[in-house]
Write a protein that binds this ligand. Structure first.
Ligand SMILES: NC(=O)c1ccc[n+]([C@@H]2O[C@H](COP(=O)([O-])OP(=O)(O)OC[C@H]3O[C@@H](n4cnc5c(N)ncnc54)[C@H](OP(=O)(O)O)[C@@H]3O)[C@@H](O)[C@H]2O)c1
Length: 270
């Protein structure tokens, strides 16, 4: 199947300054897509470096937008600024995300609320505005970067897992609503991946779970994610092992067992 052709499409990627978002941007540019790169304003120099690389290496056009998606008006500001400068967005990639590790009652509630704004409210708002344009045109794609954390509660980063369950649920429901209009909503569901989100933040260096899952390479996640998008896979978990762990095993088990296992496997080890 030749699938969805990205050549000359305009792709808006949030969270393009690092990790999976930066690698996805490289993959889209490699496919000939024009890249509309967005990140927090403090990361504008990282976006400038990336856009120079993409233009030189792949001859595509790029735009850069530094917007804080945790601000209440941030997502609408990004939408308005993009609409004013870019002719059309064919594919919206909601990649920006935050993680807070620690037992819920001990964490800083303001950081958790910031996570909710970025992982949930911003994604939902951008999806809402761009979907209106896409359904009116009768074409378009949305790719939401979810996680394997969407499929079961995640002790010790409870709000993060809950935010990804939200992303999963809204993506699948809205995909059903819009599919007859020619628009599709996809999720990419990586397992733990070596990025600043879990390397360099407050995420523990040692988890029992790493012995099972390992740590994925963001470039590999992006390559496989783009291939899945092109093939039309609306839910894609990179790695067959991860599909067994997160889709098959929960169906064969009880929630009590899953939650007990999650508590111990995701607990920080000294
Ligand atoms: N790493 C993993 O293990 C893993 C696994 C599954 C799913 N994911 C998901 O993958 C996505 C990308 O994460 P990553 O692992 O690649 O981490 P990352 O390298 O830390 O990337 C996160 C991106 O989100 C942006 N961002 C954060 N807060 C923002 C804000 N307030 N306004 C605008 N942009 C903001 C960051 O921009 P700045 O750098 O400019 O702040 C950065 O570009 C997230 O949705 C994450 O949940 C990650």
């Amino acid at each position: 199947m030749s699938g969805y052709n990205l050549k000359a499409k305009h792709v808006l990627i949030t969270g393009a300054s690092s990790g999976i978002g930066r690698e996805l941007s490289r993959c889209f540019a490699m496919e000939g897509a024009h890249c509309v790169l967005s990140a927090h304003p403090s990361e504008i120099s990282a976006l400038e470096e990336l856009s120079g690389e993409l233009e030189r290496s792949y001859g595509v056009k790029t735009w850069r937008f530094g917007v804080d998606l945790a601000d209440e008006g941030g997502p609408k500001k990004l939408y308005d600024e993009v609409k004013a400068r870019v002719p059309v967005i064919d594919l919206l990639v909601n990649d920006a995300g935050l993680m807070v590790y620690g037992d819920f009652h001990e964490t800083d509630i303001n950081r958790q609320l910031r996570l909710v704004h970025v992982n949930i409210s911003a994604l939902m708002t951008l999806m809402h505005f761009f979907l209106k344009d896409m359904t009116a045109r009768g074409e378009g794609r949305i790719l939401n970067v979810s996680s394997v954390s969407a499929f079961q509660p995640t002790a010790h980063h409870a709000v993060y897992g809950a935010s990804k369950a939200f992303v999963q649920s809204i993506s699948e429901a809205v995909n059903e609503e819009v599919r007859r209009s020619g628009v599709r909503v996809f999720t990419l569901n990586p397992s733990y991946t070596k990025t600043p989100l879990i390397k360099g933040g407050d995420f523990p260096e040692r988890l029992w779970w790493y012995a099972v899952s390992g740590l994925a390479d963001p470039a590999m996640i992006a390559r496989k994610g783009v291939r899945a998008l092109k093939k039309g896979k609306t839910l894609y978990i990179p790695g067959f092992k991860n599909w067994i762990i997160h889709i098959l095993l929960p169906r064969l088990s009880t929630r009590k067992i899953i939650n007990f296992f999650s508590y111990h496997a995701l607990k920080s080890r000294p």
